[in-house]
Write a protein that binds this ligand. Structure first.
Ligand code: GLN
Length: 490
């Protein structure tokens, strides 16, 4: 049955519809693959009984002619999405034993459409990180290795479990979240496709909050079309999230494969950073060539405030995190340490329950919001954020979408950057801008570096124009013909 795990989501749905196999067979093949892949540490909770039960229910629906758009497809869920009755930890100690009494809106929509849950996927603690190394459950190991090397590489973060599980055929697709790049950078590091939609497309309800004005859910999957299928199901207005947009959700799959002739593609000159490997430059040039061949007009654009994006992000995101994480007080959720009085309980619970990176963010966030520094840091960062959004507004006068690299490097070794927060933060240099401006961004694999590791290209779109992003991505996917897979070592 292993061949079933090699299918794309679309291929599997077609096979289910043609009655080539059942969802129980498809799900069992994935359950076995997940069990065999424990060395990757992608799943921190496997739910095989639940998966097989959901699969059997799906087969019964299909037999009655009531199959939904994702019926019978086994998926993984980033452990930041609350799942009713199934432990949800945000990969933290403080939520180690938290079992939500409710389901996140995004996952409930996937189950509504018939999908099957295989289990919960590893991530950086509270989604803070770029390498999955801040997880309380230990890092995920990237299924990819450099040619001729056994060195363990990071799958990226924070959605490292989601990306690794998709790359290693441990699910047909996975949910993920992106606050500064956490869908796109892991997708680039693992040869998978990931899209962060426009802010407000997906409901944040039931997703453990990191930085609420930046957090967005989105899918990671094997192909552009598969991400379009998943995003269509995940999107939509939710009265329980006041920032979710009350507008119709198109069927995003109709944009994949559409001609992009005549589209103007912007190349932002500020995304050419010092020290970027020549192979990434080359990949970017290839992407430009492919788009020209598909009939696009290439225009140079300027996003002059790009250089301030990372510093602004690392003020806004920790500020919001420090406020969001105030709720973990040992009273309402999760861990509680004993203490002589209330303050001591708070202090001991939070000291024991949060990892170092989370503490660093809370300290930075509290500092930049404090009375004496609010204007100098937080307010200033908000102004920079506005300028960055205006840069994009100006760019849209000249182009319909932007093409950039996704990350400034290929996957790096586990442990390589973990003692240097600044080096780690630099991973997000090409991705944070879209979170600050609320724009959709998609990463797809477009080539390999000299060590045989995947590299990603990013397409950034206008607000709510995921359609164009999917069309451009579909064209690049076709031209790049990326079919490489990690050699199985686990
Ligand atoms: N790597 C970034 C951070 O650590 C982004 C994380 C994310 O998008 N959740 O904040």
């Amino acid at each position: 049955m292993t061949a079933l795990t090699k299918l794309t989501l679309k291929g599997a749905l077609d096979g289910l519809a043609a009655k080539d196999f059942t969802s129980v067979e498809l799900t069992r093949a994935h359950v076995e693959a997940v069990e065999a892949a424990r060395p990757l540490n992608a799943y921190i909770l496997e739910t095989p009984e639940k998966a097989l039960e959901m699969a059997a229910a799906s087969d019964a629906r299909r037999a009655k002619g009531e199959a939904g758009p994702l019926d019978g497809a086994p998926l993984g869920v980033k452990d930041l999405f609350c799942t009713q009755g199934v432990r949800t930890t945000a990969c933290s100690k403080i939520l180690e034993n938290f079992v939500p009494g409710y389901e996140s809106t995004v996952t409930s929509q996937l189950w509504r459409d018939g999908a099957v849950m295989l289990g919960k996927l590893n991530l950086d603690q509270f989604a803070m990180g770029s390498s999955n190394e801040t997880s309380y459950f230990g890092p995920v190991t990237n299924p990819w290795r450099a040619s001729g090397s056994n060195k363990a590489l990071t799958p990226g973060g924070s959605s490292g479990g989601s990306a690794a599980a998709v790359a290693a055929d441990l699910c047909l697709g996975a949910t993920a979240t992106d606050t500064g790049g956490s869908i796109r950078q892991p997708a680039a590091f693992t040869g998978t496709v990931g899209i962060k939609p426009t802010y407000g497309r997906c409901s944040r309800w039931g997703v453990v909050a990191f930085a609420s004005s930046l957090d967005q859910a989105g899918p990671i999957a094997k192909t552009v079309e598969d991400t379009a299928l998943l995003l269509t199901s995940m999107s939509g207005h939710d009265p329980k999230d006041s920032t979710s947009l009350d507008i119709p959700v198109p069927d995003f799959t109709q944009f994949v494969g559409k001609s992009i002739k005549g589209l103007r593609i912007g190349i932002p000159k500020e995304y050419r950073v010092d020290g970027m490997p020549a192979e990434i430059e080359k990949l970017w040039a290839d992407g430009i060539e492919w788009l020209k061949e598909a009939g696009c007009e290439i225009v140079e654009v300027s996003l002059p405030h790009t250089k301030y994006a990372l510093p602004a992000y690392y003020i806004v995101a920790p500020a919001e995190a420090s406020s969001n994480l105030a709720r973990y007080d040992g009273m309402r959720y999760g861990l509680r340490e004993d203490g002589a009085n209330l303050t001591e309980i708070y202090e001991r619970t939070r000291a024991a329950g949060f990892g170092d990176e989370v503490k660093r963010r809370i300290l930075i966030g509290t500092y930049v919001l404090s009375a004496g520094y609010y204007d100098a840091y937080y307010l200033k960062a908000l102004k920079v954020r506005r300028r960055i959004a205006e840069d994009f507004d100006k760019a849209w006068e000249k182009c319909d979408a932007l093409l950039t690299p996704t990350a400034p490097s290929a996957a790096f070794g586990l442990g390589e950057n973990s003692n240097d927060p600044i080096a780690m933060y630099l991973n997000d240099v090409f991705t944070v801008t879209t979170n600050l401006a609320g724009l959709p961004g998609l990463s797809l694999p477009a080539g390999l570096d000299a060590n045989g590791l995947p590299l990603g290209l990013q397409i950034i779109g206008k607000p709510l124009d995921e359609g164009t992003v999917f069309s451009v991505a579909g064209a690049i996917e076709k031209a790049a013909g990326f079919t490489a897979k990690a050699d199985k070592w686990w």
